[in-house]
Design a protein around this ligand. Structure first.
Ligand code: PXP
Length: 240
């Protein structure tokens, strides 16, 4: 079965635009769970532009489905992860000026720095995932780091069109097959919508999709429950 992780960061973006207490990302997470989300993803960015430390504490306390904490590879984030012990931690690259996570983690280039990070998270009972480009070098680094999961960055796929998109889809499928062959579980996400999710959901080695921005936007029109259910249906239809 292909799991759906719902990223609720942008509920917090709307809240923070006014500096008030609503809309509450924890309420959104519980609603998404009720509508069939298999997990909740939240990115605690270093600048706290959306999700806050308090949100993570409340999510960890309230959720009965797995929490996936997206985090930069810093000592501060490691401390927070070990304090709240989410089910999973996805290590992402982070640049302060970017509007969203641009490109995957260079697990190969930052190998030495990631070794103690992956080890500490795993020792804390947290399932480590590395958010990487669909590239054999990065899969190999994940394998050498002992990461049980990779999340393939689908941002480039989402941005491209026509033959270029087909080519990127093949890169995703090849990377997924390579990871799977080496015993690494494969997730994918970034920029996925009702219109482009099908081909990614159809890659049979992919076990989980993490989807946020589009679902939160769609929720404005149809409600979060409906948006999550429609995405689930699109994923299931692609899977056959
Ligand atoms: N996966 C990871 C690792 C991400 O950083 C993000 C964006 O926060 C997503 C998935 C979801 O991307 P989107 O919000 O474009 O659906």
């Amino acid at each position: 079965m292909l799991r759906l992780g719902v990223n609720i960061d942008h509920v917090a973006t709307v809240r923070n635009a006014r500096g008030v207490g609503y809309p509450d990302p924890v309420r959104a997470a519980l609603l998404a769970a009720e509508a069939g989300a298999d997990g909740i993803t939240a990115h605690l960015r270093e600048d706290r532009r959306h999700i806050t430390d308090d949100d993570i504490a409340r999510l960890a306390a309230a959720l009965t489905i797995p929490l996936n904490l997206e985090m930069a590879a810093t000592d501060e984030m490691l401390g927070i992860a070990l304090r709240h012990r989410p089910h999973a931690a996805c290590i992402v690259p982070e640049k302060r000026e970017e509007v969203t996570t641009e490109g995957g983690l260079d697990a190969a280039g930052q190998f030495e720095r990631l070794v103690p990070m992956v080890r500490s998270l795993a020792a804390g009972g947290i399932r480590v995932s590395l958010f990487v480009e669909p590239d054999a070098r990065q899969i190999d680094a994940a394998l050498r780091l002992g990461a049980p999961v990779v999340e393939l960055h689908t941002g480039r796929y989402a941005d491209l069109e026509g033959e270029d998109r087909e080519g990127e889809l093949r890169r995703l499928a090849d990377a997924a097959a390579l990871a799977m062959k080496n015993g690494i579980e494969v997730h994918a996400g970034h920029g996925l919508t009702f219109d482009n999710v099908g081909p990614v959901a159809g890659i049979r080695h992919v076990r989980e999709l993490n989807i946020g921005h589009f679902l939160i936007g769609e929720a404005l029109f149809v409600g979060l429950g409906d948006a999550v259910r429609t995405m689930r249906d699109a994923m299931d239809a692609a899977r056959g």
